[in-house]
Design a protein around this ligand. Sequence first.
Ligand SMILES: Cc1ncc(COP(=O)(O)O)c(C=O)c1O
Length: 484
Amino acid sequence: MPKAVSSFELTLKSRSRHQTLTNWLYGELRSAILEGRLAPGARLPSSRDFASQYALSRGTVVSVLERLQAEGYITSRVGFGTWVNRVETPRPARQAPATPAYIRRVLATYKRPQPWVDLAFVEGIRPFRIGVPAINEFPSEVWGRIAADRARNFRAWLKKDSDRRGYRPLRDAIAEYLRTSRGVRCTAEQIVLVSGIQQALDLLARLLLKKNDPIWMEDPGYFGARIAFDNAGARMIAVPVDEEGLSVSAGMKICPDAKGAYVTPAHQFPLGATMSLERRMALLNWASRTGAFVIEDDYDSEYRFEGPPVPALQSLDNHANVIFIGSFSKTLFPALRVGYVVLPAQLIDSFLSFRYRTDFRNASFDHAVLCDFIVDGHLARHLRKMRNLYAERLTILMEGAEQHLGGLLAISNVRAGLYTIGHLKSGMPSRQAEKLAAAQGVEVLAVDRCTLKRPDPNALVLGFGGFDELAIRQGLLRLAKALT
Ligand SMILES: Cc1ncc(COP(=O)(O)O)c(C=O)c1O
C-alpha cells in the first residue's frame, strides 16, 4: 500500500460557465496528476469529504473518481482509501519560460565570495573535507530520547521562553561550561544565542563597523570571517600570523587606529598556532588603549591533544574589549545551528535590538534539547570520547602521511582541532595541489584561499575529524597519487 504523501487540500481552478461540474472536476484532477501537483502516492480525501470541500454532490465526485480509476490515474480500495498512481507524464513541448529580469540581474551581478571562487563544491563528504566532525559517533539515541521528552510536553514549557537572548536554562548551562572549561568571565545575562559563529560574525560586523572602517584580520585567516566583514563593507587590514599567532606589533605598524580585530587565539585558523601570552597581553593593551573591540572566535578549542588547556583571551580582559563567540558545530554537529556570543554588559541591548532586525524569535525547541543534553552530562561525556578519537585520527593521518607522502607533504606538528596543515615540499602552488587532489577524489583546501595579502604559503588544510582509519589511509594514497 503506498504511503500517504499528501492529503492537503488541493487548489482547483474555478469552473468556466460552459463546463459541466463533472468535466471540470475530471479535468482539474487529471491535470493536477499529470503536472505532478498531486504526486504518486498522494492520498485523496474520501468522496464524502471531497464533495463537502468543493461543494459538489457526492454522486459527481464518485463518477469522476471512477473514471480516473478506470483510466489508471488513481487506485481506490475499500477500507484503504484512494491514492494517486505513478503515471508517465508527457514531456512538455513548450519552450522553457523566459527567465524574469530580476533573476537575470541577480545572476549577472552576484559574485561568489572571493575565497570560494573556482572551488568545486562536491556532493557527499570525501576526505579531507574540513568542518566535519565524527557524526557517526554522535549519541543520537540519547538526543532522540531527550527531544521526544521535550516534544511530548512542550506545551508546558515553550511559552515560558520570553527572553530574547534565548532559552535561559541553556544560557545558564553554557555560562557554566564556558567559565569552567574556557575560563570565560561571564554570566548567563551576557550570553545571546545565535545560529552559529557565522551569524555572530555577520551581526557583529554590521553592528560594530561602518563602511570602510578598518579591522585587523589574521593573514592567513578564516574565510567565513572575511566574508562577513566583506558584507559589512569593512576595510580588512591583513596582519601577518606566525607561530605565536597574530603579530600585534605588525598590526600597530600597518594600521594603529583599526576599530577592532578578529582572532582565533586558541587554534589559529588555518595555521594552527596558539597565541602566546605575550601577544595576548599586547593585543588587549592595544585594544584598551585605543578603545577597539576584539572578536575572539573560539571555534574548536575543546580539542587539544597535548599540553594543558589554554584559557580564553577573554579571561584576561579587564576592560570589556573582548567579544567571545563559539558554537556547537565542532563539539556536536554543524547542522544543529546553535552558537553563542558573550557580550560586554553595556553592549547587550544594542546587540539584541540589532539582531531583532533579522529575526524575532529563537530556536527554543533545539535550545531546550541541547540544554538537557548538557545538564544531564552528555556533552562532557561526548567531548571526552571525541578528544580520544580525534587524537587517534590525527596520529593515523600524521603517520600515514609520513609513510605515503613523506617527500611531498610535511604535516604540521600541532596536535589540536579537527584539521591540520600540510606544507607542500615541492613548493607547488596550493591551488594547483587542491585541483590535482580533487581530480583524484580528495578534498583539500588551498591555504591560498585563506590569505589576504600574504603570498601563497604552499600549504593545504586537511580535515580528519569526520573520517575513520580506512578513509584516512585511502585519502592519503589518493593524495600521494595526485601530488606525485
Ligand atoms: C575559524 C572558524 N570559525 C567558525 C567556524 C564554524 O562556524 P559555525 O558555528 O557558523 O558553524 C569554523 C568552522 O569551520 C571555523 O573554522
